[in-house]
Design a protein around this ligand. Sequence first.
Ligand code: ADP
Ligand code: MG
Length: 583
Amino acid sequence: MTSGEVAVRRTIRVLPPEVAARIAAGEVVERPVSVVRELLDNAIDAGATRISLEIEDGGLTLIRVTDDGRGIHPEELELAFERHATSKIAALDDLGHVHTLGFRGEALPSIAAASDLEIMSRVEAEPTGVTAVLVEGQVVRRYAKAGPRGTNIAVRDLFARVPARRKFLGAPGSEGRQVVVLASHYALAYPGIAFHVVSGGRRALVTSGDGDMRHAFAAIYGAEMGSAMLDVDFAEESVTVTGLCGPSSVHRGNRAAISFFVNGRWVQSRPLTFALIDAYQAQLPIGRHPVAALHISLPDEDVDVNVHPAKAEVRFRDERAVGRAVRRAVAVALEASRVVAWGAAPPSPAVVLTRPLHNEPPPALRSPQPVQGSLGLSRAVPDTAGAPPQQRAVLPMLRVVGQLNATYVICEGPDGMYLLDQHAAHERVVYDRLVAAPRVAEGNVQPLLEPLVLELEAGLAATLDEHRESLARLGLETEPFGDNAALVRSVPAGLGSRDVIEEVRALLQKLENEQRVDDPFGKAAATVACHASVRAGMLLSMEEMRRLVEDLERTTAPRTCPHGRPTLVHLGTEAIERQFGRR
Ligand code: ADP
Ligand code: MG
């Protein structure tokens, strides 16, 4: 769709004003990931078969995209950086059937205006290429230079001269993750292009470009998931849906592993996402989301790409028909897999050296020393932990009465009834213990008999990298293992009595989504605490509940969990009496 039709020289023109005026207006360049998107689009439109992307500091200090596409003619280099200059459309009519990813002629000027930019480009027909340096959007230097065919653009110090914009950027880690995620989607959209993505000197993603989407998928999500995916190949009327979707046994805690490509464009689409989820009906556990990468092809005139300045959305002429095609395509794939999978052996559980669920020593042997309970409800919070006792928010004296809905602990207090959220309360206890004495506190670490291999998509691998040390101090010890996998040597106590790998993955996912950037260790500790805590839905014995209350009393902030949610709610005697008409 993007190759061939554009001649090599004298092709870039400034769009006539009436065409420019019809283009969805808005900010093209908002953050590193939007710059990367535009540069990748240009490389793909130029017919590249290899694209390398390099970023430093999440793209804030450097974004470099190198392609082997057809290049820009030296005589047209300046023109390419003019507003509304494009080689991809010429007249109003063309907007109705855009065959390229770009068409607005706005990206290069916008990017150059917001950064220091250096471009090197060579077309096949010319013996040498040209290098140009731009400052504030203007070419300040240019010279002929030999080089391979293609284009290499380095964008430095994005928004350095626009402090107002810089303020809205996240930490390098989070900006960089968005870039890697974007590149991963592009690698799936274009399995025929070999992508090489390096972030902060670290290889984040490499695809072979052999044209097989499953191989690209495996490069991103790991070999195991790559081979588990089902093929989707479906056509209905003028819509075709091809690609991969997970069997119902493969699912995620969020929707990040769902990608849709409409005529080669990565789009985020709620209606398509819902159609996909609908296809799984009730086959996924509650709160879990499917994994899929689907190409949707339909006639140009049935889809409007000119609706979103940052190209994230498209509009369908008949949205319901497209949604229906997606749902049916996936339903057919799932149905076919059920026929095949019937009678297959269930996956074997991971081997873990784990404490039995109820391993409390008999009461007679229980010492007043720190004791690690069956739920990891340790009494061992040192008194020196956190703020001095007199400054702590204190809990009232609580007497445990029972459990409600396997989720709340019912207590009687000095003034009425108190309901404790068992998960939130335990999270607070575990968090304080971890922060007070990471690692060393007896029972914080649960070594694995044999290391487990954790396969990670690029985004999660980066998250793990970023937090590796903190996590190790918190009991989750990992080592890099190849490019996108890690060996797990130990896990925090209380985590993963079942599927350790899934738990660790969920933990990393949570960490990735966690917004707190000011205190990385606290953030890691809160996330570990969440995963190492009693869940809602677990039955607790009276003894366990009493210990939970006791432990909570000793924490630095017993009334809130580490994420700031309340650990308990109070229903006062007066309110109760009013309810019963006694007052
Ligand atoms: P658009 O992609 O909408 O045309 P851009 O500002 O992104 O606008 O690019 C302007 C023009 O510069 C493109 O139309 C194309 O002719 C040329 N160009 C930009 N990047 C490349 C590239 N990597 N390889 C070849 N040509 C490019
Ligand atoms: Mg472009």
